[in-house]
Design a binder for this molecule. Structure first.
Ligand code: ADP
Ligand code: ZN
Ligand code: ZN
Length: 734
């Protein structure tokens, strides 16, 4: 008898054996359908076996073979295997998470003929006769068809609309034969880059590009250039050269900066096929992009974190823009990989270059430059127009403050606005106020599921918990003493908007945060109001900090940075510095003098001082020294076990067992440098009704920590528990 060993999308660190019926011929990396419990599940074949340890009576046969070719090329297969090992995660989950949803669900991976909807003569008549006046959607669909071909099952109109139209014979289905045309063929004789769009590089840029071009094979480049120094221009011209060698390019960008503007800049520059992977794509579109890259139909793929798992016919370069950005690390859900770190492993394996660009490189990357793992390219001047910035710290201690705004800041705002410019206020807290309390007895309106105060949202007249997203009506009375005298404390973006509308009634105010941009198209509308100069005062959270250029903003203010200065998270200062520089980059892009101000109660904080006087790199050097002294990453490796349960004791006990195992291991192996911290309650110790605990492992050497984790077998070492746990290797938030 022959067996197959398959990976399933289950959180177990093992494979499953099935009998392979004689007539079936699956392939490694291809999918099969197998019985699993009472279900049928899609599985991926990992290997063939002649023997198995599973008792005969428990073995079941494979039901069906879904692919006659593997879905992963060797490079991706190796990367995913490496990634499952490094992050100690089930290979099954990893393999499945790297596939488009349609393939996870067992749909065909072979590109099918496209079926297009075609307008019939009857349909044309109907459009003119006005008989569809009442059926607006149907008329819309027909109108759209006159402009663009629409693919069946892959367009914005519902299946019901089409079946109604088909019934009336206004449309018919036509099959478009499958064509796989390589991007080079589609380009025809046209030039890869539209030459008239190419900028003449300045000296620093030209030197940078020639260093990139001179190098062959793998290299990790840190392209460390101030905002506006022309990093993107370098990517574009480097990409051109790679495409000329008949190779494809992958560009990864943070979630927040994958804007139409970003994509347009690439599309305007190149004549080649560019595919974008963004969050509002449907599953058919995702599958299509996956297939196009794999078959060499697209030349460039631009996307966020998970676009790393796009497979290419011939990948020649990876670009990661804003490499320091947190969104490259998968923070929740299953496999907590870091797309930047994995991309470097991938590039090395493929022996191709990878360019990491940032105006504020992560301390990890700067350290990698120091220890010569990365090559360093520095761009120190702005390429386009733009003048210097004035920086100022406003000491909140000596000021009258109204709703979080000092008199000095208000005066500055007035002066910039009077000159016809825009001002931008940055505050990382949405809602009206983060706390509502009773003026009589001090009771605080708190989410019982998370033990944290509700945020008061005045606009929607609700209380929201920002941890579990639960919403409650605004209380009329104190929950303890019954008093009706409830007040809010603290300031959110809604409150700033409210106050500034009163302070500056003559100017329009725009607020950009998660709440003001939920409606489809809202973000675009706000942005266009800002671009046209209609809106003069901009208030926002991170959404405002990245990816958008506002040339008429001359004053940028960080309303409050104190929480970052005293956070328990050792990365908080690095993030604040990055944010500060990014936000500053929004101001004074044009010929106008820009000004950046920061309000704080702690103007003398040493790292803040250094950042303001000596700039980001001086800050980063000091911060790195501190990290070295304290043995924190990048001078040590960390792994965090997180557990949660409805019972606090259970979560704690589960981690206690894991801790005992590692204490034991440490003694047996004589590894005094392995540090264990915890179990201790997580920073948000309760969320959505579950108690959260954590256990941190730290060792100066990554490979020793990897070794320790690799030997740990959860199923053997830990008694079963109601608590759920996950392991986060290289955690980004502690
Ligand atoms: P970064 O990506 O470093 O923020 P960009 O590539 O977006 O910088 O460049 C900033 C601005 O400078 C853009 O408007 C760009 O068109 C312009 N720019 C870049 N390189 C040049 C150049 N060599 N000559 C003229 N303008 C340039
Ligand atoms: Zn909650
Ligand atoms: Zn009260």
């Amino acid at each position: 008898m022959k067996f197959v060993r398959v990976a399933l999308a289950v959180p177990l660190m093992r494979f499953f054996d099935y009998i392979l019926p004689e007539q079936m011929q699956p392939v490694i990396g291809g999918r099969v359908l197998v019985p699993f419990g009472r279900q049928k599940r899609v599985a991926i074949v990992v290997e063939f076996a002649q023997e198995t340890d599973i008792p005969k009576e428990q073995l079941k046969p494979v039901l069906n073979v879904l692919d006659d070719a593997g879905l992963f090329n060797d490079d991706m297969w190796n990367l995913l295997k490496w990634g499952a090992g490094y992050y100690q995660f089930s290979l099954g989950d990893v393999l499945f998470s790297a596939l488009p949803v349609k393939l996870r669900n067992g749909e065909s991976a072979v590109e099918k003929n496209k079926i297009l909807w075609k307008l019939t003569a009857l349909g044309e008549q109907a459009m003119l006769s006005g008989e569809l006046k009442r059926a607006k959607k149907q008329l819309e669909a027909l109108t759209e068809l006159t402009k663009n071909p629409l693919e069946k099952g892959n367009n914005e109109f519902s299946a019901a609309i089409w079946s109604q139209l088909k019934e009336k014979r206004f449309v018919e289905e036509v099959t478009q034969p499958l064509q796989i045309i390589p991007w080079q063929t589609r380009l025809g004789g046209k030039e890869i880059m539209r030459a008239e769009q190419r900028l003449t590089l300045n000296k620093q840029q030209a030197l940078a590009l020639s260093r990139l071009l001179f190098h062959q094979g793998f290299a990790a480049w840190l392209l460390d250039g101030v905002t506006g120094s022309g990093k993107t221009e370098i990517y574009l011209q480097y990409i051109e050269e790679i495409l000329k060698q008949d190779k494809q390019v992958l560009v990864l960008v943070p979630e927040i900066s994958l804007t139409p503007q970003t994509v347009q800049r690439f599309q305007a520059r190149f004549n080649v096929d560019i595919d974008v992977i963004h969050s509002n794509m449907n599953d058919s579109q995702r599958l299509q992009v996956w297939q196009r890259a794999r078959t060499g139909q697209s030349a460039i793929v631009i996307g966020t974190r998970s676009a790393l798992f796009t497979q290419f016919k011939r990948l020649g370069l990876i670009v990661i823009d804003e490499e320091h950005d947190n969104s490259f690390k998968q923070q929740d859900g299953g496999w907590r990989y870091h797309a930047r770190d994995l991309a470097i492993v991938y590039a090395k394996q493929l022996d191709i270059p990878i360019v990491l660009g940032s105006a504020t490189p992560s301390l990890e990357s700067l350290n990698n430059v120091k220890n010569r793992k990365f090559k360093h390219i520095v761009l120190s001047h702005r390429a386009g127009a733009g003048s210097g910035l004035k920086h100022e710290v406003i000491d909140l201690k000596r000021q009258r403050i109204q709703h979080g705004l000092s008199d000095t800041l208000l005066r500055k705002m007035a002066s910039h606005l009077e000159k016809g410019n825009q001002v931008m206020l940055f505050l990382n807290r949405r809602g009206f106020a983060p706390v509502m309390l009773c003026h009589e007895c001090g009771w605080i309106a708190t989410c019982t599921q998370c033990d944290k105060p509700y945020t008061y949202h005045q606009h929607q007249r609700v209380m929201k918990c920002h941890h579990c997203e639960i919403q409650k009506p605004v209380p009329m009375q104190c929950g303890a003493c019954g008093s009706t005298h409830l007040v809010t404390t603290g300031i959110g973006t809604e409150q700033l908007e409210f106050v500034l509308q009163q302070q500056f009634p003559q100017y329009e105010v725009t607020r950009l945060d998660r709440d003001s941009t939920v409606r489809k198209g809202a973000l675009e509308n706000h942005l266009s109001a800002i671009k046209q100069g209609k809106s003069r005062i901009l208030i926002g959270t991170q959404i405002l900090a990245k990816g958008h250029h506002f040339p008429d903003v001359t004053l940028v203010a960080l309303v409050n940075v104190d929480s970052a200065l005293f956070s328990l998270d050792f990365r908080a200062e690095e993030r604040l510095a990055q944010l500060y520089v990014q936000v500053s980059g929004r101001a004074g892009r044009a010929e106008k003098q820009g000004e950046v101000v920061l309000q704080t109660h702690y103007p003398d904080h040493p790292l803040l001082q250094q950042l303001l006087h000596d700039g980001y790199h001086a800050f980063a050097n000091s911060a790195l020294q501190l990290r070295r002294q304290m043995g924190l990453p990048p001078f040590s490796a960390q792994a965090l076990f997180r557990a949660q349960s409805k019972s606090s004791e259970e979560a704690e006990q589960l981690l206690q067992q894991i801790a005992s195992y590692f204490y034991d291991w440490k003694n047996r192996q004589n590894m005094p440098d392995l540090q264990l911290l915890g179990p201790m309650p997580a920073p948000f110790s309760k969320k959505a009704g579950r108690f959260r605990w954590q256990l941190l492992l730290q060792h100066p050497s990554k490979s020793v920590l990897q070794h320790a984790l690799g030997q740990f077998n959860f199923e053997n070492e830990v008694k079963s528990s109601q608590a759920r746990w996950i392991l986060d290797v290289d955690p980004q938030d502690l």
